[in-house]
Design a protein around this ligand. Structure first.
Ligand SMILES: [Zn+2]
Ligand SMILES: [Zn+2]
Length: 171
């Protein structure tokens, strides 16, 4: 999602208020995270402003979004809400060398790709792993049943939960 920020770049106005609703397809540009199986339940809402402070463009505001991912133990959908605050000075792409571009948030001419910034914040704020509940028993390592829902005859329940405890220990 690109927005026209020419009025703050040219200092015609010193502020643009933003109230955006950003859809999933406008946030899904970051490919390494595709396999996290994140589904946005709602568009991401961002309320904030772009300001020009003595020639420096600043983006500030708050975002929130509802999403689902898979429990790291049992694989069922887990719903989460994420909120984050942005307070970033934006660089002008023309002032950055090619190899500096991934280290800064920047605008290009009169355009700001705000979808890219929101995507990066979203992924930076994701927990390393999510679980459906602290008490989640996971799945049987032999037959794969969801041990929160049923017991199985593999007699591996104890071994499995010890294995889970060890996995947590080595994180
Ligand atoms: Zn679970
Ligand atoms: Zn089993």
């Amino acid at each position: 999602m690109k927005i026209d920020i020419s009025s703050v770049v040219k200092s015609i106005k010193d502020r643009i208020d933003l109230d955006l609703s950003v859809n999933k397809d406008e946030l899904s540009e970051i490919t390494p995270f595709k396999d996290l199986r994140i589904e946005l339940v709602t568009p991401m809402v961002f309320v904030g402003a772009l300001t020009n402070i003595d020639g420096a463009i600043k983006l500030s505001g708050e975002a929130n979004v509802k999403y689902t991912t898979l429990c790291a133990r049992c694989g069922v959908d887990v719903s989460s809400v994420m909120k984050f605050t942005i307070d970033e000075k934006l660089m002008n792409e023309a002032d950055l060398k090619e190899d500096e571009r991934e280290d800064f948030f920047y605008y290009s001419g009169n355009d700001l790709d705000i979808g890219k910034i929101l995507s990066e914040y979203f992924y930076l704020n994701l927990p390393m792993r999510e679980i459906c509940s602290e008490a989640c028993k996971g799945r049987c390592s032999k037959c794969g049943v969801n041990l929160n829902k049923e017991a199985c005859a593999c007699m591996s329940i104890n071994a499995n939960s010890q294995f889970e405890a060890l996995k947590d220990f080595f994180k």
